[in-house]
Design a protein around this ligand. Structure first.
Ligand code: HXC
Length: 257
């Protein structure tokens, strides 16, 4: 499939989505939002895909929503069109998604990265929510997901001032899972994604589902939900294969990959 604003390539069982508007630091316009969602939804129903990586360029993952596209719009227009509402489809995906971030991840770019299941970043990454400087505020989860990920103090400071976080601070604060050298970021993200894609899909999808749900429900409900999913996995061929392979001291060959 060919897109105008992104590249989408199969790398083994991984779908690699590269944001591709380098002339505007991958500013997220409506076309790009539609194409990212289309590629993700296609990957979700494609049996050949077990994990997705979203990345940008060395200079920018994405410098936010496209300011030139937003500038002429007023309340009625964005409200009626539910501007940015399409992005809600991203966290609803059921297959694991990794954000591989180099350079700027600002505004909607930081929010897109936070919609993914986890963020791997390079030492050049800079995270920020500079919407306040434009007289607006985050609208794709910047006040919600950032607060859950790094806590109220840092989220509030970043949202109220637009201050950027370095990669090192982001790792310390729990915004990213790991920082790697810039030249190694994509290879490392693809390696991690291939590892995930080699597992049993019912297992990775259930882990993802339960982990995400931990942000929405009580601990007791979450633990019960987790246990039911685990019990359900006892019904899969892949559970039988995984355990017998361990006992036979060989690598498992999962069927539902
Ligand atoms: C449109 C953008 C853009 C953006 C950069 N560009 N960010 N165009 N929307 N968000 C364009 C610039 O206009 C410029 O185009 C080109 O990309 C290169 O950018 P420069 O500013 O020249 O680069 P540099 O000096 O290196 O500065 C990099 C930067 C800066 C610090 C990232 O570009 C910046 O502050 N960008 C805006 C960041 C921002 O405010 N993001 C939040 C957007 S609001 P020309 O044509 O001049 O070469 C948002 C709202 C989300 O995300 C709400 C809900 C979805």
């Amino acid at each position: 499939m060919t897109y105008e604003t992104i590249l989408a390539e199969h790398r083994g069982r991984v779908l690699l989505i590269t944001l591709n508007r380098p002339e505007v630091l991958n500013a997220l316009n409506a076309t790009m939002a539609g194409e990212i969602v289309e590629a993700l939804v296609a990957a979700e129903i494609d049996d050949a895909i077990g994990c997705i990586v979203i990345t940008g360029s060395d200079k920018a993952f994405a410098a936010g929503a496209d300011i030139k596209e937003m500038q002429p719009k007023g309340f009625a227009e964005v409200y009626v069109a539910d501007q940015f509402g399409l992005w809600d489809r991203v966290p609803m995906l059921r297959k694991p998604v990794i954000a591989a971030v180099s350079g700027y991840a600002l505004g909607g770019g930081c929010e897109l990265a936070m919609m993914c299941d986890f963020i791997l970043c390079s030492d050049t990454a800079r995270f920020g929510q500079p919407e306040v400087k434009l007289g607006i505020m985050p609208g794709m989860g910047g006040t919600q997901r950032l607060t859950r990920l790094v806590g109220q103090a840092k989220a509030m400071e970043m949202n109220l001032t637009g201050r950027m976080m370095t990669a090192e601070e982001a790792e310390r604060a729990g915004l990213v899972s790991r920082v790697v050298p810039s030249a190694e970021l994509l290879d490392e993200a693809l390696k991690v994604a291939e590892t995930i894609a080699g597992m049993s899909l019912p297992s990775t999808m259930s882990i993802r589902d339960a982990t995400r749900r931990s942000q929405e429900i009580s601990l007791a409900e979450g633990v019960r939900y987790e246990r039911r999913l685990l019990q359900a996995l006892f019904g899969t061929d892949d559970k039988a294969e995984g355990m017998i392979a361990f006992i036979e001291k060989r690598k498992p060959v999962f069927k539902h990959r």
